[in-house]
Design a protein around this ligand. Structure first.
Ligand SMILES: Cc1ncc(C[n+]2csc(CCOP(=O)(O)OP(=O)(O)O)c2C)c(N)n1
Length: 148
């Protein structure tokens, strides 16, 4: 089977990798505001999901949310500023790595906590009849935690 190469997706996945590597570097220098969990190796899953979504759709992500955020919002500068604790960051510089909130994207590091929140958000959307799709990202280590 012949597969088309989508250069835009590859470029964005490489951007995600570079940003994550930069975060690891900055963290080891003690320059980040808070902790950092990267999504190195998971860049294409972020791109694959984001490519299927529209602006009205929404994502809830977990502690490894940077790639999902960049893929969905394209807001690399906001993410960089956020982890550096700057007011221009995604969450005003106070949320840091795990608490991103902008343009229908939300993240939280409490394992098992985002699924019921996303379900409530989806219910609100359903009541509004806007037809939005919601995606929740969890890892296998989250199964058995909280409402899961
Ligand atoms: C309620 C809760 N308990 C414990 C933790 C600590 N914790 C952080 S990451 C993690 C494991 C996550 O595993 P997984 O979802 O598979 O993601 P991975 O980090 O392995 O990619 C745990 C238990 C947490 N964040 N929230």
């Amino acid at each position: 089977m012949k597969m088309a190469i989508n250069h835009k997706i590859i470029k964005q996945a490489l951007t995600i990798r570079r940003v994550e590597e930069k975060f690891l570097d900055l963290f080891s220098q003690g320059k980040l505001n808070g902790t950092v969990h990267t999504c190195v190796g998971q860049e294409f899953s972020a791109m694959a999901f984001a490519a299927q979504l529209e602006k009205r759709d929404f994502i809830f992500s977990n502690h490894r949310c940077h790639g999902h955020y960049m893929a969905f919002t394209d807001d690399v500068r906001g993410l960089l500023a956020e982890l550096l604790g700057k007011a221009s960051g995604t969450s005003g510089g106070i949320g840091s790595s795990q608490h991103l909130c902008r343009s229908n994207f939300y993240s939280n590091g409490i394992q098992g906590g985002i699924v019921p929140v996303a379900a409530g958000y989806a219910l609100g959307n359903k009541l509004n009849k806007n037809g939005a799709i919601g995606v929740v990202f969890i890892g296998d280590g989250t199964l058995g935690e909280g409402a899961l």
